[in-house]
Design a protein around this ligand. Structure first.
Ligand SMILES: [Zn+2]
Length: 85
């Protein structure tokens, strides 16, 4: 009986390792692997890897020294007060 429990946990650990390598939650997949055994490990193997998208860099804005409004970084003329910056 103990052998089956250890084997079942080992299968869960395999699912956790595979899922963790693919960017998924290792703890969640350890629990799934402990419940579903080889099915969870097989599912983790065929699951696509998670690709995390990073937020696009926000454009850096400048502040007009005359009116203190936001202007484009490459602006030479403030669009608010029409003065050269
Ligand atoms: Zn201005």
């Amino acid at each position: 009986m103990m052998f089956y429990v250890i084997g079942w946990v080992a299968v869960g650990a395999c699912a956790a390792i595979v899922a963790g390598a693919k960017g998924r939650s290792p703890v969640g997949w350890l629990v799934l692997g402990a419940f579903f055994g080889p099915l969870a490990t097989t599912a983790a193997c065929f699951m696509p890897a998670v690709i995390r998208k990073e937020a696009p860099p926000t454009p850096i804005r400048r502040i007009c020294p005359h009116c203190a409004n936001e202007i484009a970084p490459s602006a030479r003329l403030c669009r608010w007060c029409k003065r050269l910056v």
